[in-house]
Ligand binder design. Structure first.
Ligand SMILES: [Zn+2]
Length: 251
């Protein structure tokens, strides 16, 4: 694995600037390359990288809120990002995968009902390219099916019946466990527990915005007070910068 890029204040500011005009999917893809410039091989790998960046910005405990689907009560809870990351294995080469280390794509095989499928795991590019249709999940799954056979006959991936699609979805979740993230949340009012989906890309954006705004405010205050440039301010240690901000009357 290549060395992780340095992620200091200048890099965070540049990351915020480059991700600001992007929509959610493209922004998540850009943020996922902050700690590793290579393209993530799977959706789960992208999610893992976003979680690592989120933990860097927010710390190991992330306060979250979710509305109970049963009674509507808002539940607050702390998500343990460190525990989530530790419990999240990287996508591994499974026993049903073609063992070609040089292959650009790992191909898996699934036997479900009387169907045999050869498929690959969805990448972030697949998610970005999935059409907005009645059933985008089925469209995404079909996009990743390389070959589909029923009783020895090759058929199109758009012919897969729902039970086979369900089996394929379950197998993909097993192979790439970070692709779908969720927390079990107990409701403080009715006692029900539900699974609350978690999107680390959306969760980390406000933290990056806050970090960038804090830097810009410090640069603005010290530029006005002392005539320093952005580079001058970013070159200061946090201790010296805070001391100057206090002297400038902004802290
Ligand atoms: Zn409830």
């Amino acid at each position: 694995m290549p060395a992780a890029p340095r992620l200091g204040e200048r890099e965070l500011l540049a990351l915020w600037e480059s991700a600001l005009p992007l929509h959610d999917t493209a922004r998540a893809a850009a943020l996922a390359r902050a700690l590793d410039a290579s393209a993530p091989r799977t959706v789960g790998e992208q999610q893992r990288r976003l979680l690592q960046l989120l933990q860097r910005l927010a710390g190991p405990q992330l306060p979250l809120r979710a509305a109970c689907p049963h009674c509507g009560e808002a539940a607050s809870f702390d998500a343990d990002l460190l525990q989530l990351l530790q419990a999240l294995p990287e996508a591994t080469a499974a026993a049903d995968a073609d063992a070609d280390a040089d292959a650009a794509v790992t191909v898996h095989e699934l036997h479900a009902h009387d169907w045999t499928l050869r498929f690959r795991l969805p990448t972030p590019d697949d998610v970005a390219a999935s059409p907005t249709c009645d059933d985008p999940v089925a469209a995404l799954l079909a996009r990743c099916v390389l070959q589909a056979e029923q009783g020895g006959r090759c058929l199109g991936a758009d012919r897969l019946p729902p039970p086979v699609l369900d089996a394929l979805s379950a197998r993909m979740d097993e192979l790439d466990p970070g692709a779908q993230l969720a927390f079990a949340v107990p409701c403080p009012a009715c006692g029900a527990t539900w699974s609350s989906a978690f999107d680390p890309g959306r969760a980390l954006w406000p933290w990056l915005q806050t970090a960038a705004e804090r830097m810009l405010l410090a640069i603005d205050a010290l530029a006005c007070r002392y005539g320093w440039t952005e580079d001058d301010v970013l070159a200061l240690s946090p201790t010296r910068r805070n001391a100057y901000l206090q002297l400038a009357g902004t802290e």
